[in-house]
Structures are given as C-alpha cells and as structure tokens.
Design a protein. Structure first.
Lengths: 298, 342
C-alpha cells in the first residue's frame, strides 16, 4: 500500500496523499486504542481477583461456615462452605427444572410448531423472557411463592427464580442446535417406519446432545453468578444446609453481603468468595467450549 | 412393530391402509405432541400470569400516587410514604446511557480490530479474552468497581468536575466515591462483551467481495472499513447496542453497590443517585405495605422499560439479518439470542 514514492516517478502517481495516509493511521491507532481499552479492564479484574482472592484462600476458608461475627478480625469470621454448597444445590435444582422443560419446548418448536403462528408467538414470548431483568424474576417468585403461600424464603424458591432465568437461554440455544440436525436424518428414520416420538428420542436428540450441552452449561454458568433473584427468594444464612425448603446461603449473596460490611476481614472474604465463584463459572464455560468444539453440529 | 403384526398374518381391516399404524401405537406420538404443545402454551400462560400478578401487587402504589405521578414524581420518601420514582428512573437512564456511550465505541473498535486489522494469530486469543469478561458475575464487577476503580478514579473525576465547572450537570460539584459516572463506566465494561460479540459476528458477514473491491479501488484499510464494512452492518451493530442497553437497564447488583443508593436526584454526573433495580434490591427486605407495593411498581416500570428496549433491539437485529440474506442472517439472530442470555 505504501509504495516507496522516491523509487520512481511513475509509482508516485499511485501513492496515497498524506492526508489520507494520516487519516488511515489515526483511525487504526484509534481502533487499537479502543481494543486496548476493552482488554485492560479484564486484565485488571483478573489481577485484582487473583491478588486479593488468593490472599483470602486457605483450607479453613473452604471448610468452615461464616460465623456472622465480625468483631475479632480475620480468624473468627469463618469461611464460605455454606455458600459454595448452597450455590451448587440451588443451581442443580434450577437446572433440573429448566433443562427438561427448555429442551421440551425447543423440541416442540422445531419438530411440531415450526412456523405456525402459535410457534411464532411462543418464540416471541421466549424472547421477552430473555430480556427480563433477573431481579424481576425474583419479584415474580416472591409474589407467587412467598406472598402467595404466606411462607418464608427457601432454597427451592431461589432455584425456581433461577430456572425462569435459564429457561429462555436453554430453549433458544437448544432450538438452534436442533435446527442443525439434518432433515435427511429425520426423513430416513421416518421412511423406515419409525414413529415420530422414536425419531425424536432415538435420532434427533442424540445427534443434538453435545451441542445442546454447550448451551445448557452456559445457562448454568449464567445462573450461578446471579445475585438479585436470590436476595429475596433464598435469602442468606450462615450454616450449611441440605434442606432446600429452608433458608439457603449462596456465593453471590454472600459476596453482596460482605461487600457492604465495614470490616476489612469480611471484605477480604468477599474477594476470596468472588475468586471461587469466577473459578467455578470459568470452569463451566471452559467445559462448554470444549464440548462445542467436539460437537459435529454447530 | 408394524412389520411384526403383518408377519403374524393379521389382515388389515377394510378401509384401513396396510401402512396405517394401529391406534395404540399412535398413542405415544399423540401424547408427546400434545404434551409438548401444552408445555409451550404454559410458557405463554406463565408470562401473562406474571404480568397480571405484578400489576396486581403494584396497584397499591399506583392507586396512592397515580400512575403518572408515580413514574415522574420527584419524591422517593420511604418514611413519609411518598413514592415518586423519577430519581430512580433518571438514575437508571443516566447510567445506562453512559454505559452505551462509553461501551459501544470501545466494543465496536475491539470488533473492528479483531475482524479486520489484527494478525490472525492474535484473533482467537483476543476474542476469548473479551468473551471471558462475559463470564464474570455482576457482583464481582461491583466488588471490583467499588474497591478498586472508584477510589482510583475519584481524583481524576474531581479534576474533570473542577475543569468543567461551567458545564451544568457535569462539573462544579463534589465527587463522591459512589456516583452515576462510575456506575455507568462499570456498566460499560459489563455490556462490552455482548456488544462486541454481536458487532464481530455482523462484521464477519460482510462479503469479502465488497471489501476487496474497496481495496482494489485504492481505498486505505480505514476507508475500506468505513465504506464497505460499516454501512453493511450498521443496523446489526445498533441492534447489538440496544441489547447491551437492555442489559444495563436491568443490571441490579453492580449498580446497587456502585451508585450510592441516595433516594434523590443527584445534582450532577459525579453525585450519588439511585436506580429502579437498586431500589428493589436495597429496600425490599424491610419494605411493608405501600412501600412494598411501590417497589413492585418500580419493578413493573423496569420490566416495561426493558421490554421496549429489547423490542427495538430485536427488530433492528432481525432487519439486519433479513437485509443480509437468510444464509448469514441466521447466525446474527442466533448470536443476538445467545448474547442476551450468555
């Protein structure tokens, strides 16, 4: 592009005018600068998370429950065991609810609904669900399951809030993958005399499974990081519990509570918990990526 | 199954084709079809039910203040039982507008660099890096923002506020650590991955012919990007930005940590404020009676706001997809869907 103008007069005729060359250079620098601005916050966040978070990590950090006491410095505030286990339990139940329903709706959209007006309406409403802020899902579950039943916060109510959040992600990602299953596969199975339901369970779903797993894992990762819907559905508590019907602690809520604390040791615990949460979510993302790379579809 | 019954010597009944399945064998098929249809219908019912219940709960506040007075009244006074959500609405709008102003140019620049300028070896790493930002939960952004970014930038913000003291709404005031600007900045970082991912995907759909034609005519790289790439994907990028806006409007926890939770209109960009989502997260635990109803109403306003923004975004993205032909369009809408979720 930058022909050496000095080499010959003929080439000089084709050379860029200085103004255009300058503009090109300025624009490229601007783009590079913008890219740097996009990457720097990530590096800073990772750096701070590692520096502060690793400092808070210890064996007892993972094996003790938070004590609620903040008076005697770092040793007595306790760890995050209940939060880690709570997050795993809540998210597991949320997945158990949203994945079968989500995949079911996606199968209906692809295999039965297709382009009918009803299917289009369902797609539209699923899109609406996608845009709903997570805290509004929390409000909904609060209205229906806490105001409506007159009972208190519970782990399973948090799971339901998270499953509402996961549902549209699961439906849309599963639908995309199901659409990629070659029509010839379905047609050959049908031509051999297999009934529709067998085609779906034996041919379509197994083919789409690895691809769907990716979307599902991304949905799980998204749900695991959510704080807002858990605040007034599962609440926060101190002790570890395996009873989904009672108050249940979770990592995001624990971090949120610790951030607002005036005690430095508690804030440090928030960093440690944040690093733990990010590590868990990145792991899920990584697995999702690996699976999607292995998948034959998508 | 079918074949077995024939081999058994059973004659097909009159009026029934030998290829028809017996009624019993059709049962699982029907069950599956209607079961799944019911499931899909339940999703619709759920959302409608949701909306009705939310309105029902918000009714108390609307009845007390009047809908207009609730949304645009500038008086959020919990103790005095007055609920005008203007300070909340303005906080939400200011911070998400800031997020858009800061985040979109940076995101588009990153996308341009990744698709057009960067060495191939770097491309994958860069994409992965920006996408990793999407995996960080919002509470972590809030934590990082309030303990690292906000104190570090306070001096610079005060400097700007002092220099621009003649500009209304920006300069002149005292900069607090939690404020509108820092909230908008962190929101910008949070929406960056979505907007950038969509911009990148849309840019990847620009036909190579167009780009090569521009270059062959003697355009510089930048001229090629400006004349061949941008016009082709404008509506896709705008759609992506709107999806980012929807995210920023609904973001709760990072905003609650960063905005200061002062239930009044901040006098300038660097003062504390409040937002719709933050008020819910912050006050819901103790709220009773009309106050609780007011928070549900705030949730309803938030819901409607995101509905509008997402509706516009989807229209734009779908239009972008249509204008680019069905082959590549699927990818764009699919990505838009995935991005809202992931």
């Amino acid at each position: 592009m930058s022909a050496p103008a000095a080499s010959s007069d003929r080439l000089a005729r084709f050379a860029l005018s200085p103004a255009r060359r300058r503009r090109d250079r300025i624009a490229r620098t601007g783009v590079l600068l913008g890219t740097a601005l996009a990457v720097i916050p990530l590096l800073l966040i990772v750096y701070y998370l590692l520096r502060k978070g690793l400092g808070a990590w210890s064996v007892s950090f993972f094996t003790t429950d938070p004590t609620g006491s903040t008076f005697f410095g770092g040793s007595s505030i306790g760890g995050i065991k209940s939060a880690i286990l709570g997050t795993i339990e809540i998210v597991a139940l949320a997945s158990a609810i949203s994945i079968p329903i989500g995949v079911g709706v996606a199968v209906w959209l692809v295999e039965y609904g297709r382009d009918s007006w009803f299917a289009q309406t369902v797609r539209f409403f699923v899109d609406v669900l996608t845009g709903v802020p997570s805290i509004v899902f929390g409000l909904f579950v609060y209205i229906v399951l806490i105001v409506g039943t007159g009972s208190s916060y519970a782990g399973y109510k948090g799971s339901i809030a998270l499953s509402l959040l996961m549902l549209p992600i699961v439906i849309r990602s599963a639908e995309v993958i199901l659409l990629l299953v070659p029509a010839t596969l379905r047609e050959s199975a049908l031509a051999l005399g297999a009934p529709r339901w067998r085609v779906i369970f034996r041919v379509v779903l197994p083919t789409a499974l690895p691809g769907m797993l990716t979307g599902v894992l991304l949905a799980v990762a998204r749900a695991a990081g959510e704080t807002a819907p858990l605040l007034f559905t599962a609440a926060a508590t101190l002790g570890t519990t395996f009873d989904l019907g009672g108050f249940m602690n979770s990592l995001p809520v624990q971090i949120y509570k610790d951030v607002t604390s005036p005690t430095p040791a508690v804030v440090n615990r928030a960093w440690g918990a944040a690093l733990t949460l990010v590590a868990m979510i990145l792991l899920l993302n990584l697995i999702a990526r690996l699976i999607s790379r292995r998948s034959r579809l998508a | 199954m079918e074949a077995a019954s024939f081999r058994g010597g059973e004659r097909p009944q009159a009026g029934r084709s030998p290829l028809t399945r017996p009624a019993l064998a059709k049962l699982p098929d029907r069950a599956l079809k209607y079961g799944l249809t019911t499931l899909a219908a339940l999703i619709l019912a759920l959302i409608v039910y949701f909306f009705i219940r939310l309105i029902g709960q918000a009714h108390g506040a609307f009845a007390k203040e009047g809908v207009f007075q609730f949304v645009f009244g500038n008086n959020w006074n919990v103790g005095g039982e007055r609920f005008g959500a203007l300070p909340l609405l303005v906080g939400t709008l200011i911070t998400s507008a800031l997020a858009l102003l800061i985040g979109v140019p940076v995101a588009v620049a990153a996308a341009v660099y990744a698709t057009e300028l960067c060495p191939l070896r770097l491309r994958g790493a860069l994409t992965l890096l920006v996408e990793l930002l999407a995996a960080v939960p919002s509470v972590v952004y809030g934590l990082w923002g309030i303990f690292f970014l906000a104190p570090k930038l306070q001096g610079a913000e005060q400097w700007v506020a002092d220099r621009l003291s003649f500009v209304p709404f920006i300069g002149g005031g005292l900069v607090t650590i939690p404020n509108y600007f820092i909230t908008g900045l962190v929101l910008a970082i949070m929406i960056l991955p979505i907007v950038s991912a969509i911009a990148r995907e849309v840019m990847a759909t620009v036909p190579v012919d167009h780009k090569e034609a521009a270059l062959a005519l003697g355009a510089t790289r930048w001229e090629m990007i400006r004349m061949a790439v941008f016009p082709y994907c404008r509506s896709g990028i705008v759609g992506g930005a709107m999806l980012g806006l929807g995210r920023a409007i609904g973001e709760t926890i990072a905003v609650t940590i960063l905005i200061g939770n002062a239930p009044k209109l901040g006098s300038h960009l660097f003062s504390q404020g409040y937002s719709l989502a933050a008020s819910i997260a912050n006050e819901f635990g103790e709220a009773q009676g009309v106050h609780r109803s007011a928070l549900f109403a705030a949730g309803l306003v938030l819901f409607v706001l995101t509905l509008i923004v997402n509706g516009i975004a989807r229209l734009l993205v779908i239009r972008a997809a249509r204008s680019q032909g069905s082959g590549t369009g699927g990818g764009v809408t699919r990505l838009a869907d995935a991005a809202v979720g992931a």
